[in-house]
Structure formats: C-alpha cells, structure tokens
Design a protein around this ligand. Structure first.
Ligand code: EPU
Length: 427
C-alpha cells in the first residue's frame, strides 16, 4: 500500500504527454477476442485497469507479447476459455466488456458482477437487454453473470438510458450476429467511436458511432489489426485543472482538442487562457477564478468524470458555483474531505453549492475512488502545506505515472510506502 505526500503551493509549468484513453482501452482489449487472430494495440496507458484486462485475456488463453511500454500484441487465435475469474472481474468495472466479446465469438460468457468505483447503483440491465434482443439468455447466480445463445441475430434495440457500457457491449456482441443491428439512444463518447473504428479495422461493418444511432451489419468473421487508441480526455482534463488550480502554464501533448471542448469551454469561462494546436494545448491562468454553473451529461455535455476535479477548482473561485451531477447518484462523497481542507461546499442530493474560499489548508485525505482521488491530488497541489492522500490504488487504476508526470512540471509530490503494521493497525 502506498500514499501520496504532496506539498502544495508550486505553480505547475512544463509539458505533459497524455496517455491512451482508459475507457477506450478497456473495451478494445476484450474486442481483440472477436478477431481470433493477432492484434497490435498501441497507445495503451500503463494503468492497473489495463494490466487487469491483459491478465484476463491471458487467463482466457490469449498469447500476449509486450512490444513496448504502450504497445502489445494480443493473439486470441487459440482462446478457448469463456469464464473470467472472479477476482479479476471484481477488480474493475469494465470486466463487463468480456461478456459482449465472449458472447460475440463463442455464444457464451461468464463474469462476476463487475467492481469499479462506488458512485451509487450501477445496474447493467441495458447491457442484458441488448444481449437478450440479439437472442441470448442471461442468468445471475451467486454474483456470476452468465450469457448464452445458440445463435445471435441482429435486432433493433432502443436503450432506455444513454449508457457508454451498454452501447459498447451491444456493439461487441452484434458485430458477428446474423443480419443488421440498429442501436438507438446510444452514447456518443469519443471512446464509443474509438471502439467502432477498431472493430471496423478488424473487418466489422459499424456505422454512425458518434451519433445517437449506430447501425451494424453482421459479418461472418473478423481478422487481426493494428490499432492506436485515442488519447485520454479525462487525463488531459485533469492536468488542465492542475495547471488552473496552481496558476500554472502547462502544455499538453498527444491530445485531440475536439474531444476536450466541453472541458475547455468551462475552464475558459472560469478564467483560464487556452490555446489549441493540432494535437496539443496550452493552458495558463494569471487572474482570479470565476464561479460556474455545471451540469454533467452524456457526451458532448460536460463529462461526469471531470466533476470532482472541477468542484475542487471552484472551491477557490470568487463567488458561488452550482454543480449538478446528472449521471451518477452518489458522486459527491469526496466533499467531506474537501471540507476538512477549509472548502465551503453544501451538497443536497445531486447538487453541490460551492462558496469560493481564499485558500485550502493541507489535511490527511482519502482517495475514495478514481476521480475523487485525482481531485484530492488537485486540492493538495493548491493547499499551502503538506497533505497526505491514502488509498491511492484507486488513482493508479486510471492515471499513468501520475506522480512522475506531476513532478516533471514542478509539483512537490512523492509516493510513500505505508508499512504493513500501520495498515493492520488502521484496519
Ligand atoms: N445505467 C443503467 N443501466 C445500465 C447501464 C447504465 O441504468 O445498464 C445508468 C447508470 O446507472 C448511470 C448511467 O446509466 O446512471 C450512465 O452509465 P454508463 O453505463 O454510461 O456508465 P459505465 O459504462 O458504467 C462509463 C465509464 C465511467 C463514466 C461513465 C459515464 C468505463 C469503464 N467507465 O461507465 O468512468 O463515468 O461511463 O461517462 O468506461 C471513470 O473513468 O472514472 C468512470 C467512472
């Protein structure tokens, strides 16, 4: 177990290279199962969710070869097992993509109820609705989800809610089904488009990703491909907040500025100066922070995964901000930690009212989940003094080398091993 020790107050200055998108990678890795061939996947972020996905593939029988830190060759030709082990399923939310991919290739699959961040109820009824429409039967017993189909046939599916996971899982299951599948009311996130592009590189026939209707013509089989994952929109947004909160001057490289537009617009409104280049962006802040009204929504709305980070930034704005969480029922749990730092935030259900304060004070903090943890890092970077953040394994699930990347732009941050006897006492 490790903790981060952060001495706040430094203005962050310099360059950050953004890694591949976590939420694209965790769907594209299971998609390689459908190829039954060799795939080379590039720009994989070096984070624990990606390592767990690779381990699941390996346990299912895929041959995996590391070509570089961010490029892996995955050969799923001889994969036979269709059951994902309980322990690995529970390590991350995205293990549910193995259901769609295994169903698409073998007509059956099994995973344990997926884990991931605790953001309130996280049902998968829309995933199962799609599998059922394609001809599969599902059962949930002793925490295991099983899907099975004699034959998958294309279907017209109208999702009851806009779901990233259900959209991508339905795509995985449908690309080799007989006939046409039409998915309506789908998610439009950049990672949905990335999965569609990758599947098309494998020989699939997927159209419309990025709009709210996706049409898939089933093909008999797919083949291997070489594919580069898009940059991580939320990692980029997080370093933008790091620059903004410390009155810094940071250039982000390997990004797609278009994917960041909802974040860029709000940061500009908050008083940041942002210059966009083809695949880079510079963000600076010299003046005061202005308060904002933000409501999180599916893409192209403001992303929920940036909500905790923006809330932290707005604790230092001159005035009252109102933040409404429109996706998850319980994504303000981290606010108690901020209040310990002197922030003035009142939460009522899905709405947080943030009265800006002059400064944040250092405190012992917990990373309650991935983005809440990243938000605590931002708060600690701004606080005048030394803060410690526990449970940083949540942060490492989604941020590649966060300590090293922040150090390189001038942050005073260290990873410190927590002695085992201290952990035992704490439990
Ligand atoms: N929902 C249902 N039924 C379903 C699926 C979803 O009611 O079958 C509801 C959820 O309860 C939620 C809403 O629909 O209220 C949206 O959920 P969605 O399915 O879009 O979320 P997800 O696929 O489980 C992904 C990301 C999350 C991100 C959300 C929203 C992955 C692995 N996770 O989750 O990322 O918050 O989309 O954009 O892609 C993170 O990276 O920190 C993270 C939590």
């Amino acid at each position: 177990m490790e903790k981060f020790v952060i001495k706040g107050g430094n203005a962050l200055k310099g360059d950050v290279i953004i890694g591949g998108a976590k939420n694209a990678a965790v769907a594209i890795l299971p998609a390689t199962i459908l190829a039954a061939d060799k795939c080379i996947i590039e720009n994989l972020p070096c984070i624990s969710d990606v390592m767990a996905s690779l381990q699941i593939l390996s346990e299912l029988g895929a041959r995996i070869r590391m070509i570089s830190k961010s490029t892996y060759e995955i050969d799923t030709t001889h994969l036979e097992c269709t059951e994902v082990s309980n322990e690995l399923s529970r390590q991350m939310r995205a293990s549910y993509y193995f259901l769609g991919a295994l169903l698409g290739r073998f007509g059956c699959g099994q995973v344990a109820m997926p884990g991931g961040c605790n953001l309130g109820p996280r049902p998968i009824d829309q995933h199962l609705k799609a599998f059922t429409a394609l001809g599969a039967e599902d059962s949930v017993e002793y925490g295991m989800i099983r899907v099975k189909a004699d034959h998958l046939t294309g279907a017209h599916i109208f999702f009851d809610t806009v779901s990233v996971g259900a959209t991508m899982n339905a795509m995985l299951a449908a690309v080799m089904a007989d006939g046409q599948t039409i998915l309506e009311n789908v998610a439009r996130e950049p990672h949905v488009v990335d999965l569609a592009n990758c599947l098309n590189m494998m020989g699939a026939d997927v159209h419309g990703a990025g709009t709210d209707v996706i049409k898939i013509r089933g093909v008999k089989q797919l083949h291997g491909c070489s594919y580069t994952i898009i940059p991580d929109q939320i990692e980029a947004g997080s370093y933008m907040v790091a620059a903004a909160i410390t009155k810094g001057d940071v250039v982000l490289h390997n990004i797609i500025p278009k994917h960041l537009e909802p974040i860029t617009a709000k940061l500009r409104a908050a008083g940041c100066e942002i210059t966009e280049y083809d695949d880079a962006l510079r963000i600076t802040r010299t003046g005061p922070l202005h308060p904002l009204k933000i409501k999180t929504m599916p893409h192209p709305g403001f992303p929920t995964d940036m909500q905790p980070l923006m809330t932290v930034l707005l604790t230092l704005a001159e005035g009252t901000s109102i933040i409404t969480e429109g996706i998850w029922e319980n994504r303000f749990r981290y606010v108690d930690e901020l209040v310990h730092m002197g922030a003035n935030v009142q939460v009522d259900g899905q709405v947080a009212v943030v009265e800006g304060v002059k400064k944040l004070y250092p405190a012992p903090l917990r990373a309650l989940d991935l983005r809440a943890g990243a938000a605590m890092v931002m708060a600690a970077l701004a606080a005048d003094g030394v803060s410690e953040i526990d449970e940083t394994q949540h942060i490492e699930r989604g941020y590649e080398n966060i300590v090293e990347k922040l150090q390189a732009i001038g942050a005073d941050i260290r990873r410190v091993e927590i002695p085992v006897n201290t952990i035992t006492r704490a439990i």
